[in-house]
Write a protein that binds this ligand. Structure first.
Ligand SMILES: [Zn+2]
Length: 484
């Protein structure tokens, strides 16, 4: 139950404080405590300017009085979801069965994926993406890296506007209010070996020149339509098998010249590694490193089957590895060797990938407990796993995506969520134990308000467009999955 507090005081709008002439007005908040990067600070207000950037933290009595009081709540920086495919949300709960044959345990998942990818319209994608992004906000996620590979019309023909579906995703993110790095994904062949089957019609991006040209147009479109820190473009490759080496090199050069982030799924399965060795005589990470593609702007997705040399290589380059433990586990796949990667110097980020659940802290919890079980040791990832996992789901995610958030600091955006300290999953905690309580036990219903760039998007656990977004999504699901 909420601690009794004055509703009129709690519900009043944030107090704007006029600044010097011409300067933007200020907004301030005073939760019971705020996470400032190392610990929760009680009795501290924080303020943002008219651009939604944090200007200062203060304990001055006048500032405490001017700030909006968030009684019974703690404020934490918004989480960063480094790897997402919004449209995967559509088959949640529909692939949790064994397929007819045992040959391919992933067959039901693949069939659902291909069925949806084969017919999703731009309007349906819009409604699905809004639902997925809203669910992220309700889980405290304020920034997402959308790994975007659904490009063409269902028959493979380009849309009259080639970037129509990327634009659809960006518009959906804007309407929901989440920050987004759209990682435009190149996909030009089916798998390893020249002459292998073609890329699936809907995902195929053609030659690299065309992909680069269309991504430049998309970048200009995003820059024209949205603030640079709200929606921006990065690039991705579907995999080392799906983009030939000469095109990967061109993609890397393009990313470097534009200072774009580059994300590539790497070593997801042992079979992929074997195919990479067979075609190139190198492991995936060694191949990319040899051609200058691995650096601090590079993020490897999955990275489950790395060799010791590849771990060293990713660490020495200060690259990031993004793990998606719930998706991997749900598909029966192992997770990356996260302890060795961190020890080698690589960054660790977390993603919701296939949206089976949208909860970054559950992702962290799952892999942390998996490590403990595997090694019969606790804690798993580090001596203070709550802090390490929190860092992965905020600071490192932001770095991987080139986002401005990830921490509540002066100069960064006021992207944060509040938790109700009297909700049963958190009740009885104190500032010293709160982070571990959040990482290991927070229930989503304890997340109360979400602010992005000092604009409130979720109030009392409801998004401002909640009913409309859910209603449209349910209609879309009815169209996609007609009852027999
Ligand atoms: Zn993925």
């Amino acid at each position: 139950m909420d601690r009794p507090s004055s509703p009129s005081r709690d519900a009043r709008p944030a107090t704007p404080k006029p600044g010097p002439a011409g300067a933007p007005a200020e907004t301030g908040w005073l939760p019971d405590c705020v996470y400032t990067g190392e610990k929760f600070e009680p009795g501290m207000a924080f303020f943002a300017d008219g651009q939604g950037r944090i200007t200062r933290f203060s304990r001055e009595p006048a500032d405490l009085a001017a700030a909006r009081r968030l009684a019974g709540q703690a404020a934490l920086p918004g989480l960063v979801n480094t790897h997402s495919h919004a449209f995967h949300r559509t088959w949640r709960g529909r692939t949790e069965v064994r397929g007819r044959g045992d040959r391919d345990p992933l067959a039901p998942w693949r069939e659902a994926h291909d069925a949806v990818a084969g017919r999703l319209t731009p309007e349906q994608l819009h409604d699905v993406a809004r639902m997925t992004f809203m669910e992220m906000l309700l889980a405290g996620i304020t920034c997402v890296g959308e790994f975007h590979y659904l490009h063409q019309q269902p028959d493979g023909a380009p849309w009259p506007e080639p970037n129509l579906l990327a634009q659809t995703i960006l518009r959906a993110a804007h309407e929901v209010g989440i920050r987004i790095a759209l990682l435009n994904c190149a996909w030009s062949r089916g798998s390893y070996r020249p002459g292998s089957e073609p890329a699936p019609a809907r995902f195929a991006t053609g030659g690299i020149e065309r992909f680069v040209r269309e991504t430049e147009v998309l970048h200009r479109w995003a820059s024209t339509n949205f603030p640079a820190d709200e929606a921006w473009i990065g690039v991705a490759a579907a995999g080392l098998g799906q983009v030939p080496l000469n095109e990967l090199k061109a993609l890397g050069n393009f990313a470097h010249s534009q200072r774009f982030r580059l994300h590539v799924p790497l070593a997801t399965t042992a079979a992929e590694n074997a195919a990479c060795q067979a075609e190139f005589g190198r492991t995936p990470a060694a191949l990319l490193a040899e051609h200058g593609l691995i650096d601090k702007r590079f993020t490897a997705i999955d990275a489950a089957h790395l060799t010791a040399d590849e771990i060293k290589l990713l660490g020495a380059a200060r690259a990031t590895v993004c793990v998606c433990p719930l998706t991997a586990a749900s598909l029966g796949q192992p997770a990356a060797p996260v302890e060795a990667l961190l020890a080698a110097g690589a960054g660790l980020a977390v993603g919701t990938d296939s949206q089976g659940q949208i909860d970054l802290l559950k992702e962290a919890r799952h892999l942390e407990y998996d490590l403990r079980s595997r090694h019969a040791r606790r804690p798993g990832l580090s001596a203070d796993p709550a802090t390490t996992w929190w860092h992965a789901a905020t600071v490192t995610g932001a770095r991987s995506l080139g986002a401005t958030g990830g921490a509540l600091e002066v100069g960064r955006p006021a992207d944060f969520f509040t938790v109700n300290l009297f909700e049963p999953s958190l009740a009885g905690t104190d500032p010293a134990s709160l982070l571990a309580n959040v990482v290991f036990a927070l229930e989503r219903r304890a997340i109360r308000d979400v602010w992005i760039g000092a604009r409130q998007r979720v109030a009392n656990g409801r998004h401002q467009l909640h009913g409309a977004i859910v209603g449209r999504f349910v209609d879309t699901q009815t169209q996609l999955w007609p009852r027999p």
